[in-house]
Design a protein around this ligand. Structure first.
Ligand code: ZN
Ligand code: ZN
Length: 359
């Protein structure tokens, strides 16, 4: 499709997977000219999200190759369309998962365009002009102004990049389900890319934060470095029952593997809410008794709208919240993806797009 799109005349260097072996290699492609609603961004950093891993390997059977992944993008504006009056050249900005939505449905109108039925994503989507979208593993991006946010000056662009997906994914349900009332108790299941920012948001909202994890080694890390107040080892049902039953107002579950929800639900107070934001590829069993006996709710949530993404960025700027990252050069994307597949990362890889190669 890209070949037949006439105004795609800008040559861009990037990194792509060509087939389902999932190996990333340098890839030169075209992007559209900067339109009147667009801004052009020199990409400086791009986070590596679990979703990227699924797409490069075509785990979900929907990948259009070649694929240029990346939806945790930060950089600096180099060109501004005549309608993009909210931006100017030199602005520090971010782009997350969204590239286009219908602009007309109830969700688009209510600033919940992430739930638009016609949503198109930053990569592996189809843009309004019919072209396939290419993501942030590249040196430059042309983005519609509606899907671009400002990054506060106080935030470093590298550690801010994962906020565009990991950050908003936990921030949005925390706001929606009122998990921002100081003194209330939040549980965070899983201490990875999403979980570690959930702790930071929780503390900034004034919550008492308990981390629930299967690995005892994470207790010290959670409490001493990330500021969690409490830790529950979820492999120890007895301790869970003793110390945790009916103790939490809400729980964010970030685990991306199949796991048992019953014991987690028991940790909730009566009328408590569990929000799932991890994406296990197999269905989770949902036992009904912990729901009945505690009048509890189970919910889901996916990223957030653009207005809310800007709100999150501003909140992060005010409270100095960023992600803990490991910077990688573009040459090392494959190693980073391999390590991510083994959960061997603290807590997010971010590609330093401008870094020179080793050889
Ligand atoms: Zn993501
Ligand atoms: Zn819509």
């Amino acid at each position: 499709m890209t070949e037949t799109t006439p105004n795609h005349t800008q040559t861009v260097e990037g990194w792509a997977a060509m087939d389902s072996n999932g190996k990333i290699a340098p890839f030169v492609f075209k992007r559209r000219e900067n339109g009147e609603d667009d801004v052009t961004i020199k990409i400086l950093y791009c986070g590596i999200c679990h979703t990227d891993l699924h797409h490069v390997k075509d785990d979900w059977g929907i990948t259009m190759y070649p694929i240029v992944p990346g939806h945790e993008i930060t950089g600096v504006i180099t060109k501004v369309g005549s309608n993009a009056t909210n931006f100017k050249v030199g602005d520090r900005v971010g782009v997350g998962c969204l590239a286009a939505t219908c602009l007309e449905c109830e969700f688009c109108k209510a600033s919940e365009e992430n739930y638009c039925d016609k949503v198109q994503f930053t990569y592996n989507g189809i843009f309004w002009d019919g072209s396939i979208t290419y993501g942030g593993y590249s040196k430059m991006l042309v983005a519609d102004k509606r899907y671009v946010v400002h990054v506060p000056d106080s935030l470093p662009l590298d550690a801010a990049a994962p906020l565009l997906c990991a950050g908003i994914t936990v921030f949005s349900p925390m706001k929606y389900y009122n998990m921002s009332q100081p003194g209330k108790k939040l549980g965070v299941v899983g201490l990875g890319g999403l979980g570690h920012v959930a702790i930071k948001f929780g503390k900034a909202f004034g919550l008492h934060v308990t981390v629930i994890s299967t690995s005892p080694s994470k207790e010290k890390e959670a409490k001493e470095r990330l500021g969690a107040d409490d830790f529950i080892l979820s492999t120890d049902p007895e301790r869970m029952e003793q110390s945790g039953k009916r103790s939490l107002d809400y729980i964010i579950d970030t685990v991306a593997a199949k796991h048992s929800l019953g014991p987690i639900l028991e940790l909730l107070k009566v009328r408590g809410t569990l929000v799932l934001v991890g994406a296990p590829d197999k269905p989770l069993d949902l036992p009904s008794f912990p729901l009945f006996f505690g009048k509890r709710n189970v919910a889901g949530s996916m990223i957030g709208g653009m207005k809310e993404t800007q709100e999150m960025m501003d909140f992060c700027g005010k409270h100095n919240i960023t992600c803990d990252i490991e910077l990688v050069k573009p040459d090392h994307i494959n190693e980073a993806l391999d390590r991510l597949a083994r959960n061997d990362v603290r807590y997010r890889f971010v590609i330093d797009i401008d870094a020179s190669s080793d050889h």
